[in-house]
Design a protein around this ligand. Structure first.
Ligand code: GLA
Length: 353
């Protein structure tokens, strides 16, 4: 029996800085204790056989490497994309059996697609001895997400958070040059991460529309990226944009400012201030960026109403998925339980750190 090669990667919760990554902005993710694990065994033929215990359909997929270009619309397309990308870079990819196991719920706004791709690349790297660096792993995972096999025009947040993130620090990433700084979490900080049990679909959902709107705003303003606006007067900029582009840009500019303020609040262990920033972030994602849903708004309102919660907001791309709620240490589990009970659905998926 050929040996088994394994790869794993964590999901992330983004403390603040949503829909800023593809605008050359700032993000602040924390790695989760939840993730994806892949075990691979080489086959003598050219068949790719995938099975999973995760909440993905179908749970078993098989195809011949010769038919790799035939997409089936399932999670197997991401595997097709990964092996094709490796082949384009000169790797000899054979047939293999893969077992995909996950503690991270898929499609919950917690970076499951990136964790899947990175775990898979790490397993393939072990199997085929490819010598992939972290940097190249991030780039391939991102290319596949954006490429013909998946088609979500996602930014780099999830891949960078999965590869470089840690569970006890927030990772401040400046997407303009991908520089990173680790910010220690105050001892008194805890987060409840709650899955609303409603799902997004980035490839066909509003995510790509938001990206197109940001591109349109840049064209209107004659700039390459919204980050170039940082030093200009906001009122003057927004006046030049038709709705809804003015609201979209206002979100991106204000969210970058909130990331900086959140770093200051973390350093000062000012939990009240951090909670206020999370609440403002949710309002901006709801009203200006319009990526929230009735369910997410209700979940956030229930969380904000809890006596132990200092602030809450939707996390990830929106249109479904999860919310995070900030509490002081020792209170997130109970608060999360109360919120899920009042909401009447969903799950407390993690308590961070
Ligand atoms: C998704 C994308 C990320 C990022 C977030 C929103 O998770 O994959 O690149 O854009 O949405 O912040």
């Amino acid at each position: 029996m050929p040996p088994v090669s394994v790869g794993s990667a964590p999901g992330r919760v983004n403390l603040i800085g949503e829909h800023t990554d593809y605008n050359d902005g700032l993000v602040l993710p924390i790695a989760l204790d939840l993730g994806v694990k892949i075990a691979l065994r080489e086959r003598a033929d050219d068949v790719v056989h995938l099975v999973t215990d995760a909440d993905l359909q179908p749970q078993e997929v098989s195809y011949s490497r010769r038919d790799v270009a035939t997409k089936d619309g399932s999670w197997a397309d991401r595997v097709r994309g990964l092996t094709e990308e490796l082949r384009a870079r000169g790797a000899e990819v054979t047939g293999f059996d893969a077992v995909v196991s996950a503690t991270l719920p898929p499609g919950a706004g917690l970076g499951s697609s990136a964790a899947f791709a990175i775990a898979f690349l790490r397993a393939l790297d072990n199997l085929l001895d490819l010598g992939l660096s972290d940097e190249v792993t991030v780039d391939i995972a991102h290319r596949v997400e954006n490429g013909p096999y998946v088609g979500a025009r996602a930014g780099f947040l999830d891949q960078l958070a999965s590869v470089y993130g840690t569970q006890r620090e927030a990772l401040l990433i400046d997407l303009r040059d991908r520089s990173m700084e680790r910010i220690a979490l105050p001892k008194d900080l805890e987060l409840a991460v709650i899955d609303s049990a409603t799902r997004h679909d980035h490839a066909s959902g509003g995510y790509n529309t938001r990206r197109a709107e940001c591109d349109a705003a840049c064209q209107h303003l004659g700039i390459a990226s919204l980050r170039e606006l940082e030093s200009r007067s906001e009122i003057e900029i927004l006046d030049r944009l038709p709705p809804p582009l003015d609201r979209r840009v206002r979100h991106v500019l204000s969210e970058n400012a909130r990331v900086r303020a959140a770093v200051t609040a973390l350093r000062a262990a000012n939990m009240g201030q951090l909670g206020e920033l999370l609440r403002a972030s949710h309002r901006s994602l709801r009203d200006d960026y319009e990526v929230s849903t009735a369910e997410l708004d209700r979940l956030v309102a229930i969380a904000d109403d809890d006596p132990d919660v200092l602030g809450a907001r939707l996390v990830g791309g929106g249109f479904g998925g999860s919310v995070l709620a900030l509490t002081t240490a020792g209170h997130a589990r109970d608060a999360g339980g109360r919120i899920v009970t009042r909401y009447g659905a969903g799950d407390l998926v993690a308590v961070v750190p």
